[in-house]
Design a protein around this ligand. Structure first.
Ligand code: NOJ
Length: 658
């Protein structure tokens, strides 16, 4: 039986101070919640060592007194949940959700007597909590001008971070900084190396109808939630009842432990509806040819998305065994400087040289799924006016996947400029996702809101960009970037990194990788929509031996086992396909790295054929990108694989049961 707020009036006299502990199921992680001198706080320790010092909670509200003073805890409750659930797609089929929960009901000990609840969940690998505010006689909607949540950790800890509120959204290089330098806000997940040796990733789960959380030091020198403001400076306008997103602290003994932390998914609801129609997909695209300057999005002699090119690419899909094809630059709005056309972009009318009926019919005949494209340039009012009709238009043409884009430094809404990660942005992305679900359309969102696990509830959200991806190659990506992402951005869910660009030495868009490493990304960077991003000629004619791995690697996994990793240095992961085969991926930074992989995770007593795609001994991401070796070996669970990763290199391995 849940606690009813009406019962509260029976508990008028509340004690002056209150302290409760909630422990993780294995008892090692302990969260202490206390109410003292009218203020509520929490602290977190593991095995007796402090990870988070006493941290205060509360909210500033416009036109009201701060919520968080003169509080008394009127009641608390505990419960334990231990369940397993099945994911329809993802990095693991089965997910364990095991936590102890402490709910603390608070009321102001003043005439106002405003009330709210704090719900804490202690998992073996982290802590989460959120605010829950019920409607009350004098308190039915609120304007949150600041959330006062603190994460008061040792300021000498080192944080892997990207800056928030910047024109390129989440698309920055991660750097490691002491927490005491975080005077400007940073995005989450922020991954922190604590002086105790523990790793902490601060993030949020189930972000709905609220500004997204960034972090910065407050005037008390504690790390604090800085909720992305709207253009009027407010953080969120909400009607009660309202629950904030979960504030999440993932805890690992080693950095690699964080990479299989499933709290963010566990803190989201099961699917809202039947999503059996959702299918992860691998796709190529009329895309990289534009980046390297062979074709254009805009109409003209080099226009990419013509009927003829699209049919050629559909034929390439059938030859390559690739089920999907993205077509960018098919609609009106790409003339001239397309970044300037966002207010009038038209999502309903193809350019004259793109016959969508003919193309859709041809794709259907060949069994290829088209991936539609909507570049909104962040003009969400223009987009929302057309959105339903545009989804229906695609759906009527049998198109079940869309890549929407929001390439702009801000969103434009009724002439106002808003952050993509503000409450207005969050609401828009949600509206688009729910509408897409109505039309049975899956999304791969570029320039998205960060992942907070809502793909558990809306599995048609198959992927997002939301970090610097390979589009930035040609100068702006370093080899270490892909060794940092698994410990930072990828804790927020899958990413469309646009992997598999084998034209690594292209003079306009040179990759800071060896060629073998391009295959590794299909394993190291999970994505429910996995793009093989290069032009078909590089797969069919130039490197059919390397392409074989791209064809064979699955998109979604039965289970994932991270093997080795140090943030910024190297990362090696093993993932098992539904048929029992295993795939390995490894990437390293500019130094190069020799790895010895223990194959003890393979089924015992069975031989496997290891198809290895690795760097040549003299490979190097600048000087010798094209040196690679494809070889095969017979191995079993008793063997080790010694694999060399060149500077800026990597490897991919398929372990096939014999
Ligand atoms: C930015 C996206 O990230 C990219 O993939 C797309 O091609 C361009 N916008 C054009 O929409």
């Amino acid at each position: 039986m849940g606690f009813k707020w009406a019962d509260l009036f029976r508990f008028r006299k509340t004690p002056k101070s209150f302290t409760r502990e909630v422990k993780s199921p294995n008892g090692r992680l302990v969260c202490e919640v206390s109410v003292m001198d009218g203020r509520v706080s929490y602290a977190l320790r593991k095995d007796g060592k402090t990870l988070v010092n006493k941290s205060y909670l509360g909210m500033n509200l416009r036109g009201e007194k701060t919520l968080g003073y003169n509080l008394g805890a009127v009641r608390s409750q505990t419960k334990t949940v231990n369940e397993k659930w099945k994911a329809t797609w993802g990095e693991a089929r089965e997910i364990v959700n095991h936590y102890n929960e402490l709910t603390v009901y608070l009321s102001e000990q003043t005439e106002d007597a405003r009330m709210f609840t704090l719900r804490f969940r202690a998992f073996d690998d982290g802590l989460a909590f959120r605010y829950e505010i019920p409607p009350q006689p004098k308190f039915q909607r609120l304007t949150i001008s600041d959330e006062l949540t603190e994460f008061n950790i040792d300021n000498n800890a080192l944080a892997w971070q990207i800056p928030a509120y910047q024109p390129d959204r989440y698309e920055y290089n991660y750097t490691r900084k002491p927490v005491y330098e975080l005077v400007h806000s940073v995005h989450t997940p922020t991954t922190i190396e604590l002086p105790t040796g523990h790793y902490l990733a601060i993030h949020e789960a189930a972000l709905y109808n609220y500004g997204s959380m960034t972090l910065r030091l407050d005037q008390n020198h504690a790390l604090k939630a800085d909720i992305t403001p709207l253009s009027d400076g407010m953080r969120a306008y909400v009607d009660l009842p309202f629950n904030t997103p979960w504030r999440v602290l993932m805890v690992g003994e080693a950095a690699i432990d964080l990479t299989t932390n499933r709290m963010v998914l566990n803190l989201n609801d099961p699917p809202h509806g039947d999503f059996a129609w959702v299918k992860p997909i691998k796709f190529i695209g009329i895309w990289w040819a534009m980046f390297v300057g062979e074709w254009t999005w805009a109409p003209g002699a080099r226009h990419g998305a013509t009927t003829e090119h699209t049919k050629q690419y559909i034929d390439a899909c059938t030859r390559l065994g690739i089920p999907g094809l993205l077509v960018e630059g098919w609609n009106n709005g790409w003339e001239g400087d397309w970044l300037q056309n966002g207010a009038t972009t038209d999502f309903l009318h193809p350019m004259p040289d793109f016959d969508i009926d003919e193309v859709a019919k041809y794709a259907a005949e060949k069994g290829v799924s088209l991936v539609g494209h909507h570049e909104t340039v962040g003009f969400i009012d223009n987009y929302e006016k057309q959105m339903e009709e545009a989804y229906k238009f695609y759906s009527d043409h049998g198109i079940k996947y869309i890549k929407p884009g929001y390439a702009n430094s801000r969103m434009t809404v009724n002439g106002r400029k808003e952050f993509h990660h503000s409450q207005i942005g969050v609401r828009h992305y949600q509206k688009a996702l729910e509408l897409a679900a109505k039309y049975h359309i899956c999304l791969d969102v570029h320039e998205p809101i960060k992942g907070t696990g809502i793909e558990r509830t809306y599995p048609n959200l198959l992927s997002r960009e939301g970090a610097r991806g390979q589009e930035y190659e040609g100068g702006a990506l370093s080899p270490s970037h892909a060794t940092i992402l698994p410990f930072t951005r990828l804790l927020a869910g899958g990413m469309d990194y646009t992997s598999g660009i084998l034209d690594v030495t292209n003079y306009t868009k040179r990759m800071a990788t060896t060629i073998a490493r391009q295959l590794a990304y299909f394993v190291t960077i999970f994505s429910g929509m996995q793009m093989a991003a290069d032009r078909p000629v590089f797969y069919e004619q130039k490197y059919p031996d390397l392409y074989k791995f791209i064809r064979d690697v699955p998109v979604t996994w039965y289970q994932t086992k991270p093997l080795l990793g140090r943030i910024g240095e190297y990362y090696v992961v093993a993932r098992q396909a539904d048929n029992g085969d295993w795939f390995l991926g490894g990437v390293t930074n500019e130094e190069g790295h020799r790895t010895r992989i223990n194959l003890d995770f393979l089924d015992q007593g069975i031989n496997y054929e290891a198809e290895i795609y690795r760097d040549g001994e003299t490979a190097h991401y600048r000087e010798n990108q094209l040196s690679y070796v494809v070889e095969s070996k017979r191995v079993s669970s008793r063997d080790f694989l010694d694999l060399w990763m060149a500077p800026g290199g990597g490897f991919a391995v398929r372990l096939k049961k014999l």
